[in-house]
Design a protein around this ligand. Structure first.
Ligand code: SF4
Length: 438
């Protein structure tokens, strides 16, 4: 098992170094705000840095909460650099000064991703703090002036999706070099605001929009990074999985939790992915076991090692269980399916699935059945409804998203290639039947 782990893990770690935060995001999965009572000491953090280097990890992204609110965070970043790994950071960008940016560069932080979730009104509403959008743009400028490469990460939900093309232009002009995109899912605070979550049927609007934005971004030198819960295998899979390059050769290869990814909570709890729920996916704590031992010997960190085998699909159920892509896909992002249904293996946020159902005149919708408990990284549980595509949308759902709701700033370049509706239709009528869809 040890050899297997060492062979497989090129290893990217995302490390929540504190849960303390200066924002109050209504979609925050970790329910950040106050520091955890039992966060690792400086000495424990520095020891963990050494253990990560010994385990073969090459890049460590520092997150929070807000990572820079931890007093010794630059000491930790410098230790990561000294140990031969690459420290990067994800930040809400609220309150970064020019002096701090200069010290970050000194500590070896070469790339920072700023979280921006919409135009000003939507971002400030989602982030729970007026002025936070302006602070993001200021932080992007200061980071760039310090010589740090600036990326952004954004959540796609029913509030932010309407203005995504405009948001792209704003962030491009603010110096963004790469854009990480992710669908908002019902974890933590987001589980308490289910009305802002995209309904699975609304993916039919989201994916053509993302394809148009990604194609323009690629042509303008901005790399679109499709997050793990974007996909899977629809007509825009190659475009979205290859930074906007429709000629690329990457497609979704299944969840990498515990394979090439690692998540660390501020109290030393270890998960295969930083987003996974704490209760079901913590394999151990570095206060009690060595990191390598947890990585190699706990089922919570090794469940993905069975990929490609029949055993690797035994967790799958519902639509995903009978899917043509089951062995490769393994139900997409485990985080997403788990936080919807309290178990992994059936993913409602799948473009291929939405298209397959649509071609049969069907759609899916989720409704909250059980609330989350109120702890960091917790989840509730949803009911899944399959219904006629043309059935009237439930009354009172004011955020329901249609293609007409997407704002396209003029002039937006024409799509290069077959028209988008035609691509979706071709996938449904010609390609999906050939795939023997369930
Ligand atoms: S239906 Fe499930 S298994 Fe099939 S491609 Fe979508 S997420 Fe993957």
């Amino acid at each position: 098992m040890t050899q297997n782990w060492v062979r497989r893990h090129h290893a990217y770690a995302v490390w929540e170094i504190t849960l303390k935060c200066n924002l109050a995001c209504s979609h925050c999965g970790s329910r950040a705000g106050d520091a955890r009572q039992d966060e690792l000491t400086t000495a424990e953090c520095l020891d963990l840095v050494q253990q990560m280097a010994e385990a073969g990890i090459t890049e460590v992204t520092l997150i929070g909460g807000e990572a820079f609110l931890r007093r010794d965070w630059l000491e930790i970043a410098a230790a990561i650099t000294a140990a031969g790994m690459r420290p990067t950071m994800t930040t809400g960008g609220f309150g970064l000064s020019a002096g701090t940016c200069a010290k970050m560069a000194e500590a070896g932080i070469g790339t920072v991703s700023v979280s921006v979730d919409g135009l000003e009104a939507v971002h400030d509403k989602l982030r729970g703090r007026p002025g936070s959008h302006q602070q993001c743009l200021k932080s992007m400028r200061l980071l760039g002036e310090a010589g740090i490469t600036v990326g952004c990460n954004s959540q796609i939900n029913r509030l932010s999706a309407r203005n995504f093309p405009e948001l792209y232009l704003l962030l491009r002009d603010a110096g963004m070099k790469a854009w990480q995109l992710q669908l908002t899912v019902p974890m933590g605070n987001a589980a308490d605001h289910a009305n802002i979550l995209l309904q699975p049927a609304e993916l039919m609007v989201i994916y053509p929009m993302l394809a148009r934005v990604a194609q323009r971004a690629y042509n303008e030198g901005v790399a679109i990074n499709a997050g793990n819960n974007i996909g899977y295998y629809g007509p825009f899979e190659v475009l979205l999985r290859n930074l906007g390059n429709a000629q690329g050769d990457l497609i979704w290869q299944g969840c990498q939790a515990g394979l090439s990814a690692l998540g660390i909570e501020a109290n030393g709890a270890i998960k295969g992915c930083p987003s996974l729920p704490t209760s079901a996916y913590v394999g151990g704590n570095i206060r009690e076991r060595k990191l390598r031992d947890i990585l190699v010997n706990t089922p919570e960190l090794t469940f993905n090692l069975k990929e490609g085998s029949d055993e690797g699909t035994s967790h799958m159920w519902g639509f995903c269980q009978g899917c043509q892509f089951a062995k490769l896909c393994r139900a997409g992002c485990n985080w997403t399916s788990h936080v919807f249904f309290d178990r992994r293996g059936n993913n409602p946020y799948c473009h291929h699935r939405a298209l397959a159902l649509d071609s049969r005149g069907l759609r899916e919708r989720v409704t909250l059945a059980r609330k989350a408990t109120g702890l960091p990284f917790d989840n509730g549980c949803f009911d899944l409804h399959q219904e006629p595509r043309d059935q009237a949308w439930p009354e009172g759902d004011e955020l329901h998203l249609t293609a007409a709701d997407i704002h396209w700033p003029e002039p937006w370049p024409a799509w290069e290639g077959p028209d988008l509706d035609g691509l979706q239709l071709d996938y449904q009528q010609r390609i999906q039947p050939a795939l023997k869809i369930p």
